[in-house]
Design a protein around this ligand. Sequence first.
Ligand code: SF4
Length: 339
Amino acid sequence: MVATAYVERTSDGAYDGIAPDAAWRDEVLELARKQDAVILAHNYQLPEIQDIAHHTGDSLALSRIAAASDASTIVFCGVHFMAETAKILAPHKTVLIPDERAGCSLADSITGEQLRAWKAEHPGAVVVSYVNTTAEVKAETDICCTSSNAVDVVASVPADREVLFLPDQFLGAHVKRETGRENLHIWAGECHVHAGINGPELAERAAANPDADLFIHPECGCATSALYLAGEGTVPAEKVKILSTGDMITAARATSAKSVLVATEIGMLHQLRRAAPEIDFRAVNDRASCRYMKMITPTALLRCLREGRDEVHVDLATAERARGAVRRMIEIGQPGGGE
Ligand code: SF4
């Protein structure tokens, strides 16, 4: 069966016009098979994209799968920096993203040029970048980190060296508090979804649901504000579980709590409800939805496979430098992202 033609929606510009029905599913899977493509979907993707993907997970886990896969083509259903990271780790594979306009407000909060200027102000400083950064920024970075190992990565830098930490100010503040390091400079970047997960709301939701666990999945910048607030004591420490994707699913199956508040982008609820349907999972803020993630529509995925677009390119010299920073991240502490 072949799905019908698609049109481009004009309201927000996302590709639309094809329903995720059986014909769509058959065509997507058949095209992927013919093209030797593996479909990867981030946890914050639309449910129908998660359901058709060969693998779901967070950005680091998916990049590792991309590098280890036998498939010659990677279709990365996520945002652009994630597809770039897959290309950095798998430079000889074709990496496609269904809509290259799917950006990330956190990754876009610092450019390579801005980082070079910041480095010039602090000669000799060690640059530590959260994984939500462009390939160009990673190439200017000494060590990348995830939110799971950010504290370990910064602690691995000799105490007398200045550290430039970017781009997430909440994760930076969390690391500064945990390490007590005065010579840590923090870039004032943030994710637009942060605004939906604020302190008073988090405290109010926790107080209204005293028996609920609070799961924080910090691998995407949208939940780093919750990570910071939990460390500040805004919510009772024993209720807070800071978990990678795989651990969150395991904890959902293991908890005796009947309800769980989830502080992250709302796409994660789909995986959790599938893993433990008897638990009442609720978003701390159900407006915490990333519009960039939702640009990967069923239509966009079909267009991607029909037309081989949009291809992600990272020049080899940039990829080589960026790969060093990503590899050092994987070597230090527990980078998380395990699926
Ligand atoms: S939720 Fe925030 S950090 Fe994550 S991709 Fe969207 S804009 Fe970027």
